[in-house]
Design a protein around this ligand. Structure first.
Ligand SMILES: NC(=O)c1ccc[n+]([C@@H]2O[C@H](COP(=O)([O-])OP(=O)(O)OC[C@H]3O[C@@H](n4cnc5c(N)ncnc54)[C@H](OP(=O)(O)O)[C@@H]3O)[C@@H](O)[C@H]2O)c1
Length: 233
């Protein structure tokens, strides 16, 4: 990863922050974004206050990264939001917000980063889904549907950009203790863990390990794949 340019969305906290630190530790130039400023800073890390749903802002960020570093080697679409609710009680505005961030944001970032990657005929894209998709988790219909869209989108994108030397893959984590699941009742989390082959919560390292594999230059024959953690599938 030394001197690679890695663009990660949603780096202010949670999994995204861990990934930013992880790739800086490996010698990469990391660029991150979130809607608000992080309360931390790192050497070889540049932050943009960008909402991934804002097309103009995403374009400006990709252009700025290209101007400053001359390339984007890796894109990790980590920014995401969730809201647990029964379908019958879900406001349309909630569904729109979730799809805008979890799907539209991924699409915009992939499109803009792939245009930059295409010029050097090299790129690694990793998108993030969830075990809520294969487990069909009740209460997570909108969230899981937005992540299903990410999976299908990634599989087709993988075919469309393969000839440019760009791969696109998905990692689907199990529950990990972050703000995203803070409001989910403990019984619900315990019930999900009970359905995993490996019965524990996920860790940041579990996600980073799969991403490490996808982004290796040697993984140039691996694309359109979904690796689901915890033994689900
Ligand atoms: N934690 C889990 O159990 C779990 C399990 C499976 C999959 N995932 C997935 O993993 C990813 C990261 O989740 P997490 O648990 O780390 O969540 P988190 O702790 O809530 O962090 C979410 C990050 O995304 C940023 N973000 C949210 N909306 C954004 C937007 N519109 N534009 C730019 N940045 C935005 C947030 O910063 P700002 O608020 O400043 O924008 C924050 O940095 C998500 O895609 C999530 O669906 C998580």
């Amino acid at each position: 990863m030394r001197d690679s340019v890695v663009l990660i969305t949603g780096t202010r906290k949670g999994i995204g922050r861990y990934l930013a630190e992880h790739y800086v530790r490996q010698g990469a130039q990391v660029v991150g974004c979130s809607r608000s400023e992080p309360e931390w800073s790192l050497e070889n890390y540049t932050h943009f206050c960008v909402d991934v749903t804002d097309e103009a802002a995403v374009r400006r960020m990709a252009a700025a990264v290209n101007k400053q570093f001359g390339r984007i080697d890796v894109l990790i679409n980590n920014a995401g939001i969730a809201s647990m609710n029964h379908v019958l009680l879900t406001p349309a505005a909630t569904a729109e917000r979730i799809f805008a961030t979890n799907f539209q944001g991924v699409f915009l970032l992939c499109r803009e980063a792939a245009k930059v990657m295409q010029r050097r005929r090299y790129g690694r894209i990793v998108n993030i889904s969830t075990v809520a998709v294969p487990l069909h988790l009740e209460g997570e219909a909108i969230y899981a549907a937005s992540k299903s869209a990410v999976v299908t989108f990634t599989q087709i994108l993988a075919r469309e950009v393969a000839s440019y030397g760009i791969t696109a893959n998905v990692v689907a984590p199990t529950p990990i203790e972050t703000d995203l699941i803070r409001s989910v009742p403990k019984e619900k989390i315990d019930a999900i863990v009970e359905r995993l082959a490996i019965k524990r919560l996920g860790r940041f390292e579990d996600v980073a390990n799969v991403i490490d594999f996808f982004v290796r230059p040697e993984s140039n024959y691996v694309t359109g794949q979904v690796i689901t953690l915890g033994g689900v599938g």
